[in-house]
Design a protein around this ligand. Structure first.
Ligand code: F6R
Length: 256
């Protein structure tokens, strides 16, 4: 029996309500210690971060709290430096940190130095995972879902014992990401990605999905048995996981 919570909202309210969900968690946490948030990138998160910034402009409590958060990116392409406009370092700086006046020193990303010397494969924790632990662990992990059921860059077939490591992207992910590159040959084939075990260790996970093109992946994730063929489905075993979606993404979910 799955324990995940489902939140289904109108498409036109998705960005605002999703960002309010994040904002309220951050404000509630603010007095405890610097919060550690695992961050995702991509089209879904771009809109949500935009709404979060809008709210921070009129909400001092949120603006102040955002500045004390430690941000741990869930993935980064191999071979793109942080100034490349398609790198996830650039995405996080330009879509969230700089507009919110957050010091870029608060952002960590998986990279050659903190992953390759001790890759999180075969059940062994990586240096990047250890960095999260040393900060107190991830309090809130944000995630999106790929049309093939990937979460972060954990492609179908990924073991649930995976930690942060260097991964090969699937053909469907490469083709989905090619919309951001002028030439398909520029799309990176590899990335550093946190693992399923990394995500499962977070205190709270929220996965965001909008649009009809996510409906089949969500149906598989939520209605199917948790399995490595759909890495996101393993999140349904997490004790505190919310799937936040719009009606279109939820359109293939039926009541039991
Ligand atoms: C991004 C990431 C990916 C995306 C997913 C959805 O950091 O890890 O798993 O969250 O591919 O991307 P969009 O929102 O562009 O459909």
């Amino acid at each position: 029996m799955t324990r995940i919570k489902l939140v289904i909202v109108p498409p036109e309210e998705f960005g605002r309500m999703a960002s309010d969900y994040i904002a309220n968690r951050i404000i509630d946490f603010h007095d405890r210690r610097p919060m550690n948030i695992g961050t995702a990138t991509g089209g879904t998160m771009e809109g949500i971060y935009g709404s979060l910034i809008e709210r921070a402009r009129r909400d001092d409590a949120l603006a102040n709290a955002l500045q004390t958060v430690n941000y741990f990116a869930m993935d980064e392409y191999v071979g793109l430096d942080g100034d490349h406009p398609q790198s996830y370092a650039y995405f996080m700086r330009s879509r969230l940190l700089e507009p919110a006046a957050v010091s870029t020193s608060r952002l960590q990303l998986p990279n050659k130095e903190n992953v390759e010397p001790a890759p999180g494969a075969g059940g062994c924790i990586s240096m990047y995972d250890q960095m999260m632990t040393d900060c107190g662990g991830i309090d809130l992990q944000l995630a999106g879902i790929g049309t093939n059921g990937h979460v972060a860059f954990n492609e179908p077939g990924t073991s649930r014992d995976s930690w942060t490591r260097r991964v090969l992207l699937s053909e469907s992910t490469i083709s989905a990401n090619s919309r951001y590159f002028s030439d398909p040959s520029e799309v990176p084939r590899e990335a550093y990605s946190i693992g399923i075990a990394t995500i499962m260790r977070a205190e709270r996970v929220v996965l965001f999905a909008s649009g009809k093109n996510k409906a089949s992946a969500l149906e598989r994730m939520i209605r199917g048995r948790p399995g490595d063929d759909c890495p996101a489905s393993v999140l349904t075993l997490h004790p505190n996981c919310t799937v936040f979606m719009d009606w279109e993404a939820a359109s293939k979910l039926r009541p039991y």
